[in-house]
Design a protein around this ligand. Structure first.
Ligand SMILES: [Fe+2]
Length: 354
């Protein structure tokens, strides 16, 4: 983004959040969200209620809840929720609030949520992954993600059969939107990711989107590259990176069948937890899968993390408030129109309650 200073000031606790100045529905004419939306605690509080309590939140894998009675807990920013498979084999989710100060739901024999007056939470599954939504009126996850999932399955056959092989978490000193913004544009790759540029052929770059999803795809350019080696017999020839509003991304990389899930968990106005999970055909990674994991965790993620934290540092600068989007729909590898799509959803969600 091209940054220029203008006058968007953080507000006091007593003022409503004003609409972002010069933010337009058309990316070509729009300025970015103002910098204080990435640092301000009042905006963060509003995002919790207007975004994270109303949209689909990634929990974990269905296999971790394969047997009746199995439980998985998650925290939707600050709301504790558990998902349980009932004796009738149906997945249900509930707020955990009622269990504070007790031994915890895991220790209760013959658990029956109706005996505890628990408030239920919506739960859905997608490609073997479990999501919850605190909003009873939200659109169904399968509806908003249908087209994205169809494309992911086309790029990685038998996607639903993959199993969790590796989990990785990293605290990051940046607002969650800084992470999403970065993941929705690719022009930073030429500077930030030299080895990724050897793995993928950016001249084959294609992007497309749904209302709440985006997809970026490109072909493997070189089997013998400095990121990790790809075999010509591997099933995935073309990478697809997808994003689901608000904070979950899916990575299918060139190589054997694989899925990476990247949840950008907000932990404060200027802090996030990167939660990564890697799914392969077997729990124990093969040598080539391990090489992919090593490169992703030791090279790719640190390269992006340095960017997130640098950008966040810049957002705190007195001299920066808003920038313009770089839009080039004919050369999507240089375009930020998906960043604008994301920021429009953020603006609309925040303004819906102002
Ligand atoms: Fe990156």
């Amino acid at each position: 983004m091209i940054g220029i200073h203008c006058h968007n000031k953080p507000m006091t606790d007593y003022e409503p959040i004003p609409p972002p100045k010069n933010f337009h529905d058309q990316a070509e004419h729009s300025w970015t969200l103002p910098a204080y939306w990435y640092t301000d605690s009042k905006v963060f509080e509003k995002e919790k209620k207007q975004i994270f309590y109303k949209n689909w939140w990634y929990v974990g894998t269905v296999r971790q809840l394969s047997k009746p009675g199995q439980i998985f807990t998650t925290t939707v920013v600050d709301q504790e929720v558990f998902v349980i498979r009932g004796e009738d084999n149906v997945l249900r989710a509930f707020y955990q609030e009622n269990f504070r100060g007790t031994r915890g739901v895991k220790d209760i024999e013959d658990f029956n949520p109706s005996n505890f007056g628990l408030e239920s939470v919506r739960v859905e599954t997608l490609i073997g992954l479990v999501f919850v939504n605190l909003d009873a009126n939200a659109d169904a996850l399968t509806d908003i993600s249908e087209s994205m999932v169809k494309d992911m399955r086309a790029y990685c056959p038998r996607l639903d059969d993959l199993v969790l092989s590796k989990s990785y978490e990293l605290q990051t000193a940046a607002n969650w939107k800084t992470l999403v913004d970065n993941n929705l544009e690719s022009y930073h790759s030429a500077v930030a990711h030299p080895s990724l540029m050897g793995l993928l052929d950016y001249s084959t770059f294609e992007v497309w989107e749904g209302r709440f999803t985006t997809c970026h795809a490109m072909t493997n350019s070189n089997l013998d590259n400095s990121a990790y080696k790809v075999d010509s017999k591997d099933s995935v020839k073309r990478a697809i990176y997808s994003w689901l509003w608000p904070n979950t991304a899916f990575f299918i990389a060139p190589g054997p069948k694989n899925l990476g899930v990247f949840q950008m968990v907000p932990t404060g106005p200027e802090s996030s937890l990167q939660r990564w999970e890697f799914y392969f055909e077997n729990e124990q990674p093969t040598e080539s899968e391990q090489a992919y994991l090593d490169w992703t965790i030791n090279t790719l993620i640190p390269e992006d993390t340095a960017l997130y934290e640098n950008v966040q540092h810049g957002l705190r600068s007195q001299g920066y408030s808003q920038g313009r989007f770089v839009i080039n729909r004919n050369r999507p590898e240089w375009s930020e129109h998906h960043v604008h799509q994301f920021q429009t959803l953020v603006r609309d969600a925040i303004m819906a309650d102002c």
